[in-house]
Design a protein around this ligand. Structure first.
Ligand SMILES: [Zn+2]
Length: 236
């Protein structure tokens, strides 16, 4: 059986500028090659990710890095521009993300697991789920009109796979080089590999893709769980 993303519209909702590369860029690349439209919504601006030698205007630098990575993939980028560590499940942010959904019109959302390590990731996961309902609700007003239906939602693997039981795997063996090139666009974060308190991102990404691949009998994979909530579940 082969998963087919033809004609889908896939939107990854992540907390920080390089999270999509770590957790779902292979799946986005595979969906793109099937002919899907791809979007990446990054809620925080990355201003908390300073390397040992601080970078001035880090949020602006990380915006340029995100742009470059999205361009490589051919994805539309949406930026929430919220300061790192301050992401909250509040009404303005719910409506901000709901409006992004209404503009992009996703058929599939990829969201952070609620078991992930970082508070911004967990809050981003909650917001992604809330907006998957709000976007199709006439009671929630934003600039754009409500969508005719809610998108499907898949929870992404956690960083370093901690506490995440995969529901299924997407084979990304053919897309690792693009995933790595996208990650390499995040130069300010790759520079942190020398920082002993920060895991080298490329190693982390490769190990995780290989480990999930091993579990699924392929060279590299990304793991997900389907969100089986009312109106967000589908039959294939
Ligand atoms: Zn993150």
């Amino acid at each position: 059986m082969r998963l087919d993303f033809t004609n889908e519209r896939v939107l990854a909702v992540v907390a920080h500028p390089d999270d999509a590369e770590l957790l779902c860029a292979g799946t986005l690349a595979r969906a793109k090659s099937d002919g899907a439209a791809i979007g990446i919504a990054v809620l925080c601006n990355g201003d908390g990710g300073q390397p040992h030698k601080p970078i001035r205007n880090l949020a602006a630098v990380r915006r340029r890095e995100m742009d470059a990575a999205a361009r490589l993939l051919g994805a539309e980028l949406f930026c929430g521009n919220i300061s790192d560590g301050t992401l909250a499940d509040d009404r303005p942010t719910r409506l901000l993300l709901t409006e992004i959904y209404r503009r992009f019109r996703p058929s599939l959302i990829l969201a952070h697991s609620l078991a992930d390590y970082h508070t911004d990731h967990r809050v981003a996961g909650v917001l992604a789920e809330v907006a998957s309902w709000f976007c199709a609700s006439r009671g929630q007003k934003t600039k754009s009109a409500p969508l005719p239906a809610s998108p499907v939602l898949w929870w992404m693997d956690t960083v370093n796979m901690s506490g995440f039981e995969p529901g299924f795997y997407v084979d990304v063996s053919g897309f690792m080089s693009l995933k790595e090139k996208m990650l390499a666009c995040h130069r300010s974060q790759m520079a942190r590999s020398a920082d002993s308190s920060f895991s080298p991102l490329l190693d982390l990404m490769r190990l995780q893709a290989r480990a999930r691949g091993t579990q699924a009998g392929v060279a590299a994979a990304e793991a997900f769980r389907a969100h089986h909530a009312f109106k967000r579940a589908r039959a294939w």
